[in-house]
Every structure is written in C-alpha cells, then in structure tokens.
Design a protein around this ligand. Sequence first.
Ligand code: LLP
Length: 385
Amino acid sequence: MFSNEQLNKFQSEETPFYYYDLSLLSATLKACTTASDKYGFHVHYALKANVDKRVLATIKSYNIGADCVSGGEVKRALEIGFNKNQIVFAGVGKSDAEINFGLDNDIFCFNVESIQELEVINELAAKKGKTAQVALRINPNVNAYTHKYITTGLEENKFGINQWEFDKVVTSLKSLPNIKCVGLHFHIGSQITDFNVFKSLCVKVNDIVKWFTDRGVAIKVINVGGGLGVDYYEPDSKSIVDFETYFKIFDSFLERTAQQEVHFELGRALVANSGALISKVLFVKNGQVTNFAILDAGMTELMRPALYQAYHKIQNISKSGNSVKSKNYDVVGPICESTDCFGKAVELPETQRGDLIAIRTAGAYGEVMASNYNLRNKVNVVYGE
Ligand code: LLP
C-alpha cells in the first residue's frame, strides 16, 4: 500500500499517471545483483518491459547490461550510457538499418534467430569490414507453462533456431567469415512462476551446449533469457521476487566451465512491482446486475488485462479502513471497446466520483504498450524517490 506522503503527492498530480517508485526499484535491483553476483552471473535488463529514462538510469547504475529488441531500444540504451559491451540485440525480424546501427555501435552481440539472418548480418558486416559477434537463439522446445500468448520456446512459436536445423547452422557458421559465434541464447516465455520450468530449461541447455561444443563451436556465453514471473496478487507482501532461489537453480543445474559466462535477460522481475497506474474515477454507474467504476485510464494506458486477461490488483486508495462498506464493481476504462476492463466484480470500498484507484504491478509491459487509440493523450509519469 502507499504511504500518506505518497497519497498526498498523488492528489496533486494530473491523472492518469504511471507512478514509479525508484527506491523500491533500487531495492529490487540490489536484491537481484546481490544474488547473481554470488555465482558470477551477468544480468541484462530487457528494455522491452519499460524504457522510462529514469528507470533505465537506475538500472544502469547497478552495472546491469541491456537486452534490446529494436534499433530504437539500442539507441535508448546507448543514450542512457549502458556499456556497449553489455548491449545485446535480439528479435526475430531485425531490419538492415537496425543491424547496421548495431554494427556501427560495436554492440556486444546479435542474438540471431535464423540462418538467413546469419547470412544477412555476415553480408552487412563484410561491407563495413567488421566481424559481428552473434549468439544463436535456440528454440529448445521447453514448455514454460505460462499464458499461451507469452510462451516462446515451443516449436510452434516463431522464435529461434530449431533442433532439426542445427547441422545446417554449424555448416553456415563455418562458411561466414564476418560472423563470430560467441554463444547460445534461449528464452522460453514470460511470467514463469513454476521454478521447475527453469530446471527443465537447464537440462535442455546442457544437452544443446554439449552438442555444439562437440562439433567445434566454442560456446563462451550461455544466455538463458528472462521470464522470471512476479506475484500480481500480493504486491505488498511479495514486492521483491525470490532472486536467491532463481539464480541458485541455474547454479545447481546448469553445467558450465570456469571460462563460460552465464547471461540472463530479466525484464518483468526487475521493474513490474515498482510501477502502478494511478487513475481517477470519472463516474460510478450502479446497475441492477453490475456496478461500474469508470476510470480515466483504460486499455490505452494498460493493455495487459484486455490483451491477456491479465490480473492486476486494483485498490481504491482514497478510501481506507474497515468501516467503509464494500461493493463489487467492474472497473472499466473510457475506451469504446468492451474488453476495456481492468477487473470484473472487484470488491472495493463504496466508490465515488473523484476517488483515486491504483492498478498495481504495472511497471512492466504497461507504459511501453500504451497507445493513442481514440486519440488519447500520452500517459503522465510521476516518480517516487
Ligand atoms: N528475452 C527475450 C528474448 C524476450 O522475448 C523477453 C520477453 C525477455 C527476455 C524478458 O522477459 P521477462 O523477464 O520480462 O519475462 N507483454 C507481455 C510480455 C511479453 C514478453 C516478451 N518477451 C506481458 O505483458 O505479459
């Protein structure tokens, strides 16, 4: 929940806005780096989760690298001052201009998702007289047991190089002089809360690393991706993810030599809990069947509930204490779509026009996925120190 000081600040800001708690963010980053440093693991932050400049600067200050999926993200990472040796560029469809931008800026490596992409990077690097470092993104065919829209490591998904193409990749690598393969990359999905999934991933990765090593492809970097999930139900009692257990699993189950580096690309686990979407109730419609609390924020500001039926905890932060009678509301936005709904039958203290509503755990894949559909204004941002 929020302190009185935070609530007073919210009263004076124009809604809707994203609130980023930079001190919770720092505490999360500290917990993450303390746990990963124990094993000498390298953490990269997946910019796609949140590209706010102050959030990024805070992340960078913990000596975390940058995992980018577009030329725009590479540019943002460079502007914020991420070390170019710690910038990786992933993504299933990189344009020539984006690849050239990465080459010009000598980023650490491209995570390559197909043989054709390897050939194109080789050609573009050759034109510049450069050698591009790459990691092969492998589709390990491991089920992440998460929402089907955010599962990425199954053969039916578009991502990565499949096992049946491995022989061909090895032959390609040997024939492309402007490519240097530095490692393998895996990412099987997002919002993974069952830690056994990561154990299964390690077992699969061990086999695949061995397969490539046996065929003379030196694997210096093993990048196991991101995907560590957060608790959307208990944002206060579980505000920081269990990084200790997470990294320990990889330490225990991932086979590696002293020379091999292990890289991670965490997005959500680093930023989700530090963010909330704060909105105001515009109108309350008490119906015979359903009561509606209509907010000034909608799916244009936070798309996850509409897109994935994702749960976010919703709180009326203007009303507190047990003395207030509670009621069920469908908490909806102002957009002309029926899916513009943050939660159905949400139990809230009796709610009135003007009340402030917090939609919690919105620091990841919130602001970045906002749109101006219905010609909406860009959502504001407010920081807590
Ligand atoms: N690495 C790769 C290659 C990825 O595709 C992703 C996320 C990450 C790392 C970071 O994953 P994380 O640690 O955040 O789970 N918009 C969806 C999530 C899409 C995730 C896409 N890839 C959502 O709102 O749940």
